[in-house]
Ligand binder design. Structure first.
Ligand code: ARG
Ligand code: ZN
Length: 853
């Protein structure tokens, strides 16, 4: 290999099978930060002890650090340093390591490690960002108590744990709970606090604060309320109490993800915590509530018990997502939450699982771990916990969790540890269930039936299609919740969980008075694609009668998907029976308005494309967009009268509150308005825009206007009203692109990218415009290729600045194989241009290579 080849050689993957325990353990960490925008000094004093179980050389991780000095037991040393590591001769026994390094927070645009966001210092260390702060064994299985001293003139100086000494221009923090370095955090800035307190079940008073810039102080109340409800819920449902004297949350404008669960100091993307009725929609409030809960719940599932290595990421993320889903279901409508969660699972995880980026919930290898914070690890990981709970039952589930907390508190664990707890608590053999963690791909479950002499038999066949690197698939344990309905709509058999374990399996229900109508996969009891030749009549029947609200909704969804795919193939038009059935749901005021709004929501264009692709036809994004519009127009015409009366009935009463009930009514109001605008040319929407006193109604009316090609003056007024509010302005940017007609989308995105407020280095703003275009399926996939060009040009530009956000957004190209040859060529060319851009990051390099593979 020549030198140039060596320089350009692809970075080597890391394998789960190569895991070795750390050679050195850490007993105690003391850090001092002398903050300076371009030359921050970090002094570390770390007590190392050899790991008796795994002797080996002393190595520390470190990147982009300038070493000023290093000493062992007070004696200066001169370590060997590479771009990523430090090695040094050490005593055989315990010793104290002291080092001073210099770092440049201002110059750190990656938003990983210590960086600056609008004049404030903040950190993001998960997964491997701590190594950009000082030399350290930056791996989750090295846990230690930290104490931190921050020296700066800034008024607010925060770190993990409990506050220690505070003086003129310094603050100290002591975190008594051993933690891995990825949970370290530091914040310094001119911030103000929205304060409150919480008394734990054990009587401990905890000071709570949400730290924001002064202008945002009015947007903290909801987040605080969500935090207190989360703390109470975790005590009541999981018996978990908080374990420090303070709990701090900080809102940061520049953040790659939603939020981060640093011990005692959660750091949030400001979009994931700040909300007021005037600036945030119901959907924003709901998301904030679940992210606050998620990060708080990590205190036990993630922090007190953490992951041994990053392959085990789903151990904390799958479980914590499941816990936040449970919380939201308890706080709001469980049925509606389940439908929302499944919609998100299908839109993101099924899409991932059925394309080139498919990977197991516990991956076997990675090049860049940041690329594995995926829908599969998070959302499918949560589905696995949900199935496990269903299989062992609720009581056994909570007993197993008790055992998990008792046995593993303070440890860094694996999926094996997790499953062993369930095996020990329940006596059940989970070896087959474990395949869910290692086998990628979405299982297909095919069902046929047989009826004779009062016996009804369901025959199941399961099959998981091959995924990259995994050709052979084994059978999985699949819990299928089934109920049987009588012809008159009453329930013949209540929900029962059938456990599929082999490729082919039948279940017979005896002694039935009549041939039943089956309701299969109730509550979406497993993350699979169900194939059943059910005809329209059966689906219409289930939509009318199913007692399981998920399957009731699913019946409508199936009908709409069949209708829209048929329309896309030119085989049929909008079906009158379906339109009538939907109108019945619209009018049925015994049903929760939020549920009705969900039934009326059409399958996304991306979903239709995927469905066509699965049926071996090539989706045409333009045509899919046209038929989606046709269907909406047909329904609006069919149900105009009902829409108008529901719209009137759902008009808000009293003061806005972001609760589930009010939100449900507004969802149905906006859904009706959007459809009605197709009839009245936006008259009602313009009126709602003028009178709206909250963002849900303001945005609902503005998007209804944009969808019918109107709203120019409202867009201008919206801008003038909100030009100084970053989070609202993100909505202004994204909605114009996301709702543009296919032919206009790329041009509008290009114009907006020239706008003085398009601060492309801010991930929220970048996602608003570039992600906004990618979310406009017909605009992104426009035959001109301009959508692909726009997105790839911007990814190339962002990569050297922020590899993480670039790599994540490159997934917009993961579906290239679905499309016709011309589009495939265009998309591959776009990916090729990204791939060959000089100095491409390891993050984006790995993603593009996998997408093209
Ligand atoms: N642990 C955080 C959460 O889910 C996400 C951190 C993601 N970090 C990353 N580098 N990808 O709550
Ligand atoms: Zn998480």
């Amino acid at each position: 290999m020549s030198t140039t080849d060596a320089q350009h050689a692809a970075p080597q993957p890391i394998y789960l099978k190569d895991y070795r325990p750390p050679a050195w353990l850490v007993e105690d960490v003391k850090l001092t930060f002398r903050l300076d925008p371009t030359a921050t000094r970090v002094l570390s004093r770390i007590r190392f002890v050899p790991n008796p179980d795994a002797p080996g050389a002393f190595k520390l991780d470190g990147e982009k650090l300038k070493l000023i000095s290093a000493a062992i037991d007070g004696v200066p040393v001169e370590p060997e340093i590479t771009d990523t590591q430090l090695t040094c001769k050490t005593p055989d026994g315990p010793f104290t390591w002291e080092a001073e390094v210099e770092i440049d927070p201002q110059g750190n645009t990656t938003l990983e490690g210590l960086y600056m966001s609008n004049g404030m210092y903040c950190t993001q260390c998960e997964a491997e960002g701590f190594r950009k702060i000082t030399y350290y064994p930056d791996r989750p299985d090295v846990m230690a108590p930290f104490s931190v001293r921050i020296e700066s003139d800034l008024p607010v100086l925060l770190s993990n744990g409990n506050p220690g000494k505070r003086g003129d221009a310094f603050a100290e923090w002591i975190d008594p709970w051993p933690k891995p370095a990825y949970l370290f955090a530091l914040v310094a800035g001119e911030l103000v606090a929205h304060e409150d307190s919480f008394t734990t079940a054990g009587g401990k008073d905890v000071d709570l604060a949400i730290w924001v810039r002064e202008a945002d102080i009015g947007k903290c109340a909801f987040g605080m309320d969500a935090l207190k409800r989360s703390m109470l819920w975790d005590e009541q449902v999981y018996g978990r109490e908080y374990d420090l004297d303070v709990f701090n949350i900080v809102a940061v404008d520049d953040f790659n993800m939603g939020a981060m669960e640093n011990k005692g100091l959660n750091i949030f993307n400001s979009a994931a915590v700040l909300a007021s009725p005037e600036t945030a929609t119901d959907a924003n409030f709901e998301r904030i509530e679940s992210i606050i809960a998620h990060e708080y719940f990590h205190n036990w599932t993630g922090n007190r018990i953490t992951c041994r290595d990053w392959f085990q990421l789903c151990l904390k993320e799958g479980l914590t997502v499941f816990r936040d889903q449970q919380f939201s279901a308890d706080e709001r409508s469980a049925a509606v939450r389940r439908i929302d969660d499944v919609l998100a699972l299908r839109a993101r995880q099924f899409r991932e699982d059925n394309g080139p980026l498919a990977h197991p919930v516990r991956p076997q290898s990675f090049v860049e771990i940041n690329n594995f914070y995926t829908a599969t690890v998070y959302e499918k990981g949560a589905e696995l916990i949900r199935m496990l709970k269903r299989l062992v039952g609720d009581n056994a589930y909570y007993e197993a969790l008790e055992l998990y907390f008792a046995r593993h508190d303070g440890q860094a664990c694996t999926i094996e540890d997790w499953l062993a707890v369930f095996e020990d608590a329940t006596g059940r053999d989970l070896s087959q269930f474990k395949r869910w963690y290692s086998q990628a791909g979405t299982p297909r479950v095919y069902v046929t039936e047989d009826w004779r002499d009062g016996s009804y038999t369901l025959q199941f066949h399961q099959e998981t299609p091959p995924t990259p690197g995994q050709d052979e698939k084994r059978s999985l344990v699949i819990p299928v919740a089934v109920g049987l309905l009588a012809q008159n709509g009453s329930e013949l058999r209540g929900t029962e969980v059938l456990e599929l374990t082999s490729r082919e399996q039948s279940f017979t229900f005896e002694n039935l008075p009549e041939r039943p109508v089956p309701s299969i996969l109730r509550e979406f009891s497993a993350p699979v694609i169900l194939h059943r030749n059910s005809d329209k009549a059966e689906r219409l029947f289930l939509l009318r009668h199913d007692t399981d609200s998920f399957n009731k909704w699913e019946a409508a969804r199936g009908l709409m998907k069949d209708c829209l795919t048929g329309m896309a193939l030119g085989e049929n038009t909008a079906d009158e029976d379906l339109l009538s059935a939907l109108a019945d749901v619209l009018r049925d005021d015994t049903l929760d308005p939020a549920f009705r709004a969900l039934v009326l929501q059409q399958p996304s264009e991306d979903d239709i494309a995927q469905t066509l692709f699965e049926a071996n036809t090539t989706p045409d994004p333009t045509r899919i967009h046209q038929v989606s519009e046709q269907f909406a127009n047909a329904f609006a015409a069919h149900a105009e009268g009902s829409l108008a009366s529901v719209f009137t009935a759902m008009k808000p009463e009293g003061v806005y509150a972001p609760d589930a009930q009010g939100a449900g009514r507004r969802a149905l109001l906006n859904a009706s308005l959007t459809l009605l605008s197709r009839r009245d040319g936006g008259e009602r929407a313009a009126e709602q825009y003028d009178t709206a006193d909250n963002m849900t109604l303001q945005l609902g009316s503005l998007s209804a206007l944009l969808r019918v090609g109107s709203g120019i003056s409202q867009l201008e007024r919206f801008y003038d009203q909100w030009a100084d509010d970053r989070l609202v302005l993100d909505k202004w940017f994204s909605m114009q692109v996301a709702l543009a007609t296919p032919g206009d989308a790329a041009r509008i995105a290009t114009d907006l990218a020239e706008h003085p407020k398009f601060d492309w280095k801010n991930p929220n703003r970048f996602r608003a415009v570039v992600g906004g275009l990618a979310s406009n399926a017909a605009g992104f996939h426009h035959a001109s290729g301009k959508g692909y060009d726009f997105v790839s040009d911007w990814l190339i530009r962002l990569d050297p600045v922020n590899p993480q956000t670039t790599a994540r957004m490159s997934t917009v190209f993961e579906t290239w194989r679905r499309y016709d040859a011309d589009r495939q060529d265009l998309m591959r060319a776009a990916l090729g241009r990204i791939q060959s851009s000089p100095g491409l990051s390891r993050d984006t390099g790995e993603m593009v290579a996998r997408i093209l593979e």
